[in-house]
Design a protein. Structure first.
Length: 316
């Protein structure tokens, strides 16, 4: 086959094929007219190069695999030289990982020391998250929620994690606990850069677990219903509800419609705009009480329960 056909069949550029040729990996025969004529095995060789480089190997490191195919083997990793190449690359990657881990730990130590110097007067609390102690820095009350008490919730239907739509203006009679949070983490997904250093940012999962564990007590104290609300997608929230087995629904507001109407506080982290942690006690459509700032997150459900108990009313 000619170079154009090989490029189409393997979805690579002609320039890439010429690079492989120059490297001595996929070498065609030269026809009398100067055209490049490739053997059918070249398709498998090019696909092998593509797959291995996607795993982190350099083009040069694919040589043993390409030569194994050229030797008539069914797979490029059947030859002893290929196995040796695997071991070499894995060993090199392990060494790079070790170096990166050392650098990360050193940077984390510098971050912790710098955060301590930058915020020496702020209070801190320790909570348990994934069985590890995390230092939380208390956010300051900037007055961004002082205007909310007495406001009516807007007529805004928001998607809930059970597939329904919940209209904030029609939550129902009695008291509703509506807590807003920035975002929840997910196993295997990194939090935004600098997350731990943002006052009040960390602690969303412990907060949700607190509302889960105190859900029945909150109901007994007069909360007819509990909702969580964030700007994360409904799919992301459904994973959280399932993983933590939350007995209440989460509401998704990725467009910040509630913020725009009620002028709610937000902040920026790693290029994302997120809600600041805030809880509203809503009674018959109007905001009766606001918790802001919320701290520490893992104890907040108990704080809400204590307020409900201290302010009895027909919240059912």
């Amino acid at each position: 086959m000619l170079v154009g056909e090989l490029a189409r069949r393997t979805n690579v550029t002609v320039r890439a094929l010429r690079y492989y040729e120059k490297a001595g990996l996929v070498v065609p025969q030269r026809l009398a007219n100067g055209y490049r004529q490739y053997d059918p095995v070249a398709v498998r060789q090019v696909e092998e190069i593509k797959e291995l480089t996607s795993l982190g190997l350099s083009v040069a490191e694919t040589r043993p695999f390409v030569e194994c195919l050229a030797g008539g083997h069914a797979s490029g990793d059947e030859c002893p030289a290929s196995l040796a190449a695997y071991r070499h690359v894995v060993d090199q990657m392990s060494k790079r990982i070790e170096r990166l881990v050392r650098r990360r730990d050193a940077l984390a130590a510098h971050l912790e020391a710098a955060a301590g110097r930058a915020m020496p007067t702020r209070k801190a609390a320790s909570v348990s998250a994934a069985n590890a102690a995390v230092l939380l820095v208390e956010p300051e009350d900037d007055g961004a929620a002082a205007h909310l008490v007495g406001r009516s919730l807007p007529a805004l239907p928001l998607p809930a994690t059970d597939g329904t739509m919940v209209d904030l203006a029609a939550l129902g009679a009695g008291r509703t606990v509506l807590y807003l949070y920035p975002l929840t983490g997910r196993p295997g997904v990194d939090l935004p850069d600098g997350w731990d250093a943002i006052p009040g940012a960390r602690g969303c999962t412990p907060e949700a677990c607190g509302f889960r564990d105190h859900h029945e007590e909150l109901r007994e104290a007069g909360a007819a219903r509990v909702f969580g609300l964030s700007s994360q997608s409904g799919e992301y929230q459904r994973e959280l509800v399932d993983r933590l087995r939350l007995p209440f629904r989460m509401l998704a507001d990725p467009g910040f419609a509630v913020r725009d109407v009620l002028k709610l506080p937000t902040f920026e982290a790693d290029g994302m705009i997120l809600y600041r942690r805030l809880t509203m006690i809503v009674r018959d459509g109007a905001i009766e009480h606001v918790f802001y700032p919320v701290f520490p997150p893992d104890q907040h459900a108990g704080q809400v329960m204590a307020w409900l108990q201290a302010h009895p009313g027909d919240g059912r």
